[in-house]
Design a binder for this molecule. Sequence first.
Ligand code: IMP
Ligand code: MG
Length: 181
Amino acid sequence: MQADLERMLFDEPAIHRRLDEIAAQISKDYRDRELTVIAVLNGSLIFIADLLRRIPLPLKLDCLSVASYHGKAKTSQEVIFKQIGLPDVADRNILLLDDILDSGHTLAAIREKLKAANPRSIRICVLLSKKKERSRQVDADYVGFEVEDEFVVGYGLDFMEQYRNLPYIGVLRRELIAQLT
Ligand code: IMP
Ligand code: MG
């Protein structure tokens, strides 16, 4: 395990086993419906790559890029859309994919923005969901794992853009966060 981690939460086999289950559920739910996946980059990159290859349905993939952290370990209220054009969502069944549901601000803002473009439906899928009170009401329809309210990295999730390439998910040592924020 990487020395900056306090402890391991989910290793690669555990993540992949869970992805098999979520992918099976999504494949069942969307078997008779057009499916458009919208991935929230950068955190969901590894997750979507592994998840989508387990879904044997015709689907479209589009990506969004937002910034809500501004390089700190605390979430901010403001969500900046880094991509100017939004994907075409009118009359589509949208499945929004993100790495982690924390305060809910990011996904609430994205959902609102997409809703204005009249999709047929919107569902949310996150790899991780923090057990905490959220400032914005967002319920994910598909959740990989619930985690405590701790800062986690790996498998796409970063701290100051580091650790995304770790093949597992773990809790970042507290001293490292305290040092930099
Ligand atoms: P929210 O807007 O507070 O729900 O935050 C969502 C975004 O914050 C996620 O997409 C992540 O990029 C980031 N985030 C929240 N918690 C963590 C964490 O524990 N580790 C890494 N990134 C996190
Ligand atoms: Mg992110």
